[in-house]
Write a protein that binds this ligand. Structure first.
Ligand code: BDR
Ligand code: CA
Length: 313
């Protein structure tokens, strides 16, 4: 069983990733921490609590609220045109009785890593602010975490918020730089692979047919929330009834690393520049010397991903 802690800026694709993890038979979600990004951190926290109620995983999943803004910069505000006014495509899920913990996301990450003695897998789906803060609290954290799967960045593919930068990395470049040089074992699941996968209306319709009866409301929620996301990807990438799968693929890679091909690279994070702040500089020279070594996902078995993602329901 993979003991997983998910850090999310709970928007539409984050919500799919969270539901997948909560229903995957080989995953125990040890907790979910939240961060600003797609929505405010308060909204992301509320969304997360509602999603846990919807999934009803059969065990308790603590939630800890994290950073409301980047380490050193100002936050530009939620991206309602991508994720809706409430972050989850304006779907109104029933409220939860569960409360967030009183400790912060960073404190919670540190506590869990220490409790689980090397068994904790981290999956980050938003800005890396919480993880950077956790590293400040406990500089020994890299020795205690099994591996971090990070949704963010791109090496070969274009950026999505600037020609060169991806949203999660752009949203707090200083945090990404701190995480990359920390010594954590990192697998970067960036736009190089997430943009290659297409989740479509057809996949959802099929899932509505084959899902277990108790998961019908989950599939219905995904269908409703994704309508908003489909509209956005129709506008930016000319996709019809389809979207890429950033955050869900990242959880999947943590479960099934064989669905991607990775390449070990030395990377640095650019923290300056109009276009390049938050972009990944990979040293691809014959004898790389600049940056810190991580695993970068460079290719994916794209056709199989939607089935892997939806068959847990
Ligand atoms: C990332 O940005 C957010 O909008 C998504 O949830 C995903 O984590 C993609 O660049
Ligand atoms: Ca996200």
């Amino acid at each position: 069983v993979i003991r997983m802690l998910i850090d999310a800026d709970t928007g539409i694709d984050d919500s799919l990733a969270i539901l997948h993890a909560l229903k995957a038979p080989d995953v125990k979600v040890e907790g979910i921490t939240t961060v600003f990004g797609n929505a405010s951190v308060a909204q992301a926290t509320d969304n997360t609590l509602r999603l846990i109620k919807l999934a009803n995983p059969g065990y308790e999943v603590p939630v800890a609220m994290g950073a409301a803004k980047p380490l050193t910069r100002e936050w530009a505000g939620p991206v309602s045109h991508v994720h809706g006014n409430n972050g989850i495509g304006d779907v109104d899920l029933p409220a939860s009785e569960q409360q967030a913990l009183s400790e912060s996301a960073a404190q919670f990450i540190v506590r869990k890593a220490n409790e689980l003695g090397g068994e904790l897998t981290l999956v980050t789906l938003g800005r890396l602010t919480n993880l950077a803060e956790a590293l400040e609290i406990d500089p020994e954290l890299p020795k205690k975490v099994k591996r971090v799967y990070i949704m963010g960045g791109t090496v070969f593919a274009p950026g999505n918020v600037t020609p060169k930068a991806e949203a999660n990395f752009r949203g707090d470049p200083e945090a990404v730089a701190a995480v990359m040089k920390s010594g954590l074992k990192i697998t970067m699941v960036g736009l190089d692979v997430t943009m290659k996968v297409r989740l479509t209306q057809q996949h959802l319709d099929a899932a509505a047919g084959y899902c277990r009866p108790e998961n019908k409301p989950i599939v219905q929620y995904m269908n409703d929330a994704l309508q908003h996301y489909f509209r956005f990807y129709w506008q930016v990438d000319n996709l019809m009834g389809a979207c890429p799968t950033h955050d869900p693929l990242t959880v999947l890679v943590a479960r099934m690393p064989w669905v991607v091909r990775t390449q070990t690279m030395k990377v640095s994070i650019e923290t300056e520049g109009v276009y390049c702040a938050g972009s990944v500089v990979a040293d691809l020279r014959t004898k790389p010397s600049e940056g810190h070594e991580i695993e970068v996902c460079v290719d994916v078995d794209a056709e199989k991903i939607p089935h892997h993602l939806l068959s847990v329901f």
